[in-house]
Design a protein around this ligand. Structure first.
Ligand code: BG6
Ligand code: MG
Length: 221
């Protein structure tokens, strides 16, 4: 098995719990549009771009609209989302994540952020962790949503590493699929029951060590 030289992180739901803010903002829009929208529905939006998320929500409610109207709705949702994320602080980093990033770099490994979010830069600056990433890919730099591997291949390219040398940390089903489509190993983060396909699972980053993710330690899904 290849040595792990590059460690690639999704942002929302992995480094911080912004998934709950996405949900609250979509829920608010759904309320205005009269679309029934649950946390289970929200699982389908994780890792998916803003525009695609809106399309899924509208499909649930059998709502059709012109592109100009959809753009307005996406902007409304993002406005509410920004109200949440601009209040974030270092306290919002999920348990052990910062320490894990520091440890990886001390071990000489490269780190990258690979997020579908156009707000990723705002968030990592609020959290004060920008300098812990050797390369950052956000939603402004990619055109194909997970499970397309584009975001992870761009991250590996930025780190100047091959896919087989990288491992991905993801909280979303579409993200696990994207990592595998990129030819990378994937660790599922969190307690979602949507992560069976991940090669390994962790609850959070507390005491997380990269050497745990070797083929011989592969956990049962
Ligand atoms: C992903 C989230 O990281 O970013 C999705 O998991 C979100 O839920 C997507 O829709 C796009 O985010 P943003 O901030 O550009 O609307
Ligand atoms: Mg995520």
């Amino acid at each position: 098995m290849e040595e792990i030289k590059g460690v690639i992180f999704d942002l929302d739901g992995v480094i911080c719990d912004t998934a709950k803010y996405h949900f609250l903002a979509w829920e608010k829009l759904a309320g205005i549009l009269g679309v029934p929208f649950t946390e289970a529905d929200n699982e389908r939006l994780k890792g998916v771009s803003r525009e695609e998320s809106l399309n899924i929500l509208l499909k649930i409610g059998h709502v059709t609209a012109a592109d100009s109207r959809k753009k307005e709705w996406a902007e409304m949702k993002n406005g509410w989302y920004l109200e949440y994320i601009t209040k974030m602080t270092e306290e919002d980093i999920l348990p052990g994540a910062k320490e894990f990033l520091v440890r990886l770099r001390r071990e000489g490994r490269k780190t990258a952020l690979a997020s579908a979010s156009k707000n990723a830069g705002i968030i990592i600056d609020r959290l004060g962790i920008r300098e812990l990433f050797d390369y950052i890919v956000d939603g402004t730099m990619i055109s194909r949503a997970k499970p397309d591997p584009e975001v992870f291949l761009a991250a590996a390219g930025g780190l100047k590493l091959r896919a087989e040398e990288c491992i991905v940390f993801e909280d979303a089903k579409a993200g696990v699929e994207a990592a595998h489509n990129a030819g990378m190993r994937c660790v599922g983060v969190g307690d979602s029951d949507q992560l069976e396909a991940a090669d390994f699972r962790i609850k959070d980053f507390t005491d997380c060590r990269i050497k745990e993710f070797r083929e011989e330690d592969r956990m049962e899904a």
